[in-house]
Design a protein around this ligand. Structure first.
Ligand SMILES: [Fe+2]
Length: 268
């Protein structure tokens, strides 16, 4: 099992001026171990550390059961929210809506509108969330300048219990059906497994790594990368175990208007 290693590429010019964006464009994904995520997303050290982070992470203790598990599993808890990130404006929470994936993208649980418990106002207002939303936006904007983004926020807790495998991705290797994804580990407690595998551009073989430390993150181009996570089990079967993750998916809500500064010039 590999720990998360930083993947970097030389900074490019123009839209890929951020090294993280250049890596994402070159490789289809970029790994940001916790120190790199903190440095990039929270230079002041006030949002992704200390009380702000602790209280955001604590909100994972108040997730609600996912009632749409076609495998009958009761090991997944979650909350969901949608935001609009329009150019030059702060994230705007959208009215609560269902989460929808096609059966092509999610053969197990797709094809229906799934309503999940909403993200709480306290979690929505967290400086940690603001830092992560803005940090991810900066990277994705470097590749799609001027985009009006639809962001879906998913808080997941997968429980590891004796006798029932906790499956972070019960649908197996998949794409989310969006444009870009950031996955950030919030915490692991008494958990074995949970290895992330990714397959890029349909090439054979997988790369694998484990999000081990809080804030270990990976950013994916969802058009190029299939991803999945192995089941988890409790290290100590007599104690509860869980893996907490934040997933932010970015979809192009509106492409840049013609003539807007910083039109998309990246690859299609
Ligand atoms: Fe996914």
């Amino acid at each position: 099992m590999q720990e998360l290693q930083a993947s970097t590429a030389p900074a490019g010019q123009g839209p890929a001026a951020l090294p993280e964006a250049a890596s994402l464009e070159a490789a289809g994904y970029v790994a940001l171990p916790a120190p790199a995520a903190r440095a990039r997303f929270d230079a002041a050290g006030t949002a992704l550390a200390g009380p702000a982070w602790e209280s955001f992470a604590a909100s994972w203790a108040a997730l609600e059961p996912d009632r749409f598990m076609a495998d009958g599993g009761r090991y997944r808890l979650r909350r969901h929210a949608a935001f609009r990130l329009a150019p030059g404006t702060a994230p705007q929470r959208l009215p609560h809506r269902p989460h929808y994936q096609t059966t092509e993208h999610n053969p197990l649980n797709g094809g229906i509108e799934r309503w999940f418990a909403p993200v709480t106002p306290e979690a929505e207002a967290s400086p940690a969330l603001a830092a992560l939303l803005e940090g991810a936006r900066a990277v994705f904007d470097a590749l799609r300048p001027g985009t009006d983004w639809l962001v879906e926020m998913h808080q997941f807790r997968i429980q590891a219990r004796t006798g029932e495998a906790g499956k972070p991705t019960p649908e197996g290797m998949h794409r989310d059906g969006v444009d870009f994804v950031m996955v950030t580990l919030v915490g692991r407690h008494n958990v074995a497994g949970g290895v992330t595998g990714i397959r890029i551009d349909g090439q054979p073989g997988e790369q694998s790594f484990t999000l081990e430390q809080p804030l270990d993150s990976v950013l994916l181009d969802d058009h190029r990368v299939w991803h999945g996570v192995t089941p988890i089990a409790p290290l100590d079967p007599d104690q509860p175990g869980y893996r907490d993750v934040l997933v932010l998916t970015f979809s192009v809500r509106l492409p840049p208007s013609p003539g807007a500064a910083g039109r998309h010039t990246g690859p299609e």
